[in-house]
Design a protein. Structure first.
Lengths: 358, 371
């Protein structure tokens, strides 16, 4: 059994408030026509949207209109092949067909998955219009129609305008579920027409525990992944894949090499890491890891005067604090289009200077 | 599943079913046809989610079952087979086709993955003569809108009440309404909006045959029986705008002209009309109709006078030539009457014969005349 088989049925892991709200609405047969699922990435908004879609398309709903997960309707909704389930989500413009297929493939295996692109994704207006045309007809199978719109904040204003029309006056038997990690970027007009359901970040300790329990990662990796995940299970899973683990180990090695008297090892390591590609997301993550390592080392140094165990000699809290600030500044420069490699180099030179390594 | 079927019959029905097989990549199963065999017949079904087509073929079934097979490949294969009986055996999702000379194998997908097709009710069917439906459809579809922002107008409104039934299509610039006095949709009162694609497919399947078409109206879909083929379509959700409101009733100027003559005239003059607006001017004075058009880009000018009957003040009005032609070709030989008011208000067109006045009515908006 793969990891995804285990967690797929758990649509609302650690999201009791959201689960109760949706279940209560279903029990009372008062599901809103439009929902806005708000919460950090990877906490299960898409999974909950899928569950809601199943509930609406289920052919043999159980007590309180809950999905049975067994009938053809539920199964096809889970595979995203139900003709009355319409999905919209932003993908990069180039090779969009491939991205769309890849997105479905990934989400089918694991609805919690966090998908990152190197280009800015967007939602093409034609796709929204196509779905609108579909929604204007009666349901293909005669029941309800569901439109799930992922990352609804990543849309051009004109697309929001078109969407608003549908949400404002939904065609009969049609339900909308929008998800977003950034509700501030959803126009007020859309916001006000949706019922908001909040999803919260999960305690990193719980995530680490589950990663270990399900045999996905060893305890130390699980711990690191959980703390870097921002409380998103999908994020944590991604951080446990081979590529991410390899990258993190490179990131840690780089940290150790940075404070040796000779800089040549550090330069070699950095060149290897940044060969080919910009690696924006990975570099942001690297800065977060270095911040964690900084405090780990600092704590070790404070606990005992013996600094041999730590890679960095940390003479005082003052220095540790200013080193942390340097790291934060380095991380921030990534958002003003500084090349990841230059940001890393600049940051480490500043760190060495602050520590008196020259 | 195991059956033997005549190749010609299979090839012919496959061609019919193939007309709705989609090439949409998001749902690969839609590229397949659903084949089910039970007792004495074989059912072929395909759908593009809007429309579904189901055909029945008599066959010798030795083992019942269902599966789905890639439609185009299967059709291509059957087309090339020699003209003799075809023995088909399906185990799991693998189909084996045996003919006198060879064995062909092809893999399908499980039937459970195929979208659920609307069930065919046995009763509640209304029979409409094929040629009547065909004429109603052909005289209205041209006026349906293709603008995706107003989905209801993309369809054809089919109304039925105690007295008769009518079909209406409009895109906001023109409108066409056909009425028949017999109400063929017995037991159904109200409006449904049907995608034109469905009606065109039914007409295509009907071809030149003169049979009745069975129509069954469900809440969510409409079903047409053409011979042993069943076409089911989703409906467009309303409401349809209240079109009756826009049909003017007090147009006081009447132009009566021979449809064929006017059509020929407009066609000639339109050659030199503006390539964007296709505007043709109608200048009306006492029993005289003057058509004119101009195209500044190529320095073209055209003018033609046609005999007509017109009483009233002089009037100059501009129309899109294509709209006029689309409309006029649906009138049989004879005179048509334009009821007009001003150069910026809608004109009503109908047959000049008093008894056919209400059968087919068109409404056309003029173009604003540029000075």
């Amino acid at each position: 059994m793969t990891a995804s088989d285990i967690h797929t049925p758990q649509y609302f892991w650690q999201q009791d408030a959201a689960r109760h709200a949706l279940r209560a609405a279903l029990d009372a047969d008062r599901l809103a026509t439009a929902y806005l699922f708000v919460g950090p990435e990877g906490v299960g908004k898409w999974a909950a949207a899928q569950w809601t879609a199943k509930a609406l398309l289920c052919e043999a709903p159980e007590r309180g209109n809950r999905p049975c997960h067994e009938c053809g309707g539920c199964k096809r909704a889970a595979k995203f092949t139900h003709p009355d389930l319409h999905l919209l989500y932003p993908v990069p413009k180039k090779d969009d067909e491939e991205h769309i297929a890849a997105f479905l493939e990934t989400k089918r295996d694991n609805p919690f998955a966090v998908i990152e692109y190197n280009r800015k994704p967007n939602l093409a207006i034609e796709r929204v219009r196509d779905v609108q045309t579909e929604l204007s007809k009666t349901a293909a199978e005669g029941g309800k129609k569901v439109a799930v719109i992922g990352e609804a904040d990543q849309m051009a204003p004109n697309v929001h305008g078109i969407l608003l029309k549908s949400i404002e006056e939904p065609p009969p038997n049609t339900h909308f579920v929008l998800t977003t990690a950034d509700p501030g970027r959803i126009p007020q007009t859309i916001h006000s027409r949706c019922q908001t359901i909040r999803f919260t970040a999960v305690d990193p300790e719980l995530i680490a525990q589950r990663l270990v329990d399900e045999g996905i990662a060893a305890p130390d990796q699980a711990h690191m992944a959980a703390h870097l995940s921002d409380g998103g299970w999908g994020h944590a899973l991604r951080l446990c894949d081979e590529e991410s683990v390899a990258w993190r180990s490179d990131v840690e090695t780089l940290w150790q090499k940075a404070f040796q008297p000779q800089l040549s090892d550090f330069i070699d390591q950095m060149e290897t890491m940044f060969r080919g590609g910009q690696k924006f997301n990975e570099t942001v993550q690297a800065f977060d890891i270095w911040s964690l390592l900084l405090w780990r080392d600092a704590r070790a140094a404070f606990a005992s005067s013996d600094t041999a165990s730590a890679s960095m000699a940390t003479p005082s809290l003052d220095v540790a604090w200013s080193c942390w600030k340097i790291l934060q500044q380095g991380r921030a420069t990534l958002w003003v289009n500084v090349l990841p490699r230059s940001a890393v180099r600049g940051t480490f030179l500043a760190l060495r200077k602050r520590m008196g390594l020259g | 599943m195991k059956f033997t079927v005549n190749r010609d019959a299979l090839a012919e029905k496959l061609q019919t079913v193939l007309s709705v097989v989609s090439t949409r990549t998001t749902l690969p199963i839609l590229g397949n046809i659903l084949i089910s065999a039970d007792s004495e017949q074989l059912e072929l079904a395909a759908t593009d989610l809007d429309l579904s087509v189901l055909c029945k073929i008599p066959a010798k079934v030795t083992k019942a079952g269902t599966t789905t097979i890639p439609a185009r490949t299967f059709a291509e294969m059957v087309r090339e087979l020699p003209d003799e009986d075809v023995a088909v055996n399906v185990t799991g999702n693998r189909m084996e086709i045996k003919t006198g000379r060879g064995v062909y194998k092809i893999s399908g997908m499980p039937a459970e993955e195929f979208p659920k097709l609307p069930s065919v009710p046995e009763t509640g069917e209304n029979l409409i003569p094929g040629d009547q439906l065909k004429s109603m459809v052909q005289r209205t579809t041209y006026a349906a809108s293709v603008d995706p922002t107003r989905p209801a107008l993309n369809g054809i409104l089919w109304q039925s009440n105690g007295e008769g039934m009518s079909m209406v299509a409009t895109d906001g610039h023109r409108l066409a309404r056909v009425r028949v006095s017999e109400n063929r949709l017995a037991g159904h009162e109200g409006d449904v909006i049907i995608p034109p694609k469905a009606l065109s497919l039914v007409i295509k399947i009907l071809g030149e045959e003169e049979t009745d078409i069975g129509v069954t109206l469900g809440e969510k879909n409409i079903m047409f029986h053409v011979g042993d083929t069943v076409v089911t379509s989703r409906l467009i959700e309303g409401p349809y705008p209240n079109y009756q409101q826009v049909i003017p009733s007090s147009n006081d100027k009447q132009l009566t002209v021979d449809a064929a003559t006017l059509m020929a005239g407009v066609r000639r003059v339109a050659v030199l009309s503006n390539s964007l607006t296709h505007q043709v001017r109608f200048y009306l004075s006492n029993d005289k109709l003057e058509l004119s058009a101009a195209n500044q880009d190529i320095g073209g000018e055209a003018k033609e006078s046609l005999p007509c009957q017109y009483k009233g003040d002089d009037l100059e009005v501009g129309y899109n030539a294509n709209y006029i032609l689309d409309m006029l070709k649906n009138y049989e030989d004879g005179d048509v009457t334009f009821e007009l008011a001003t150069s910026v208000s809608a004109g009503v067109v109908h047959s000049a014969k008093e008894d056919q006045k209400d059968d087919y009515l068109c409404l056309i908006m003029p173009l604003r005349l540029a000075e």
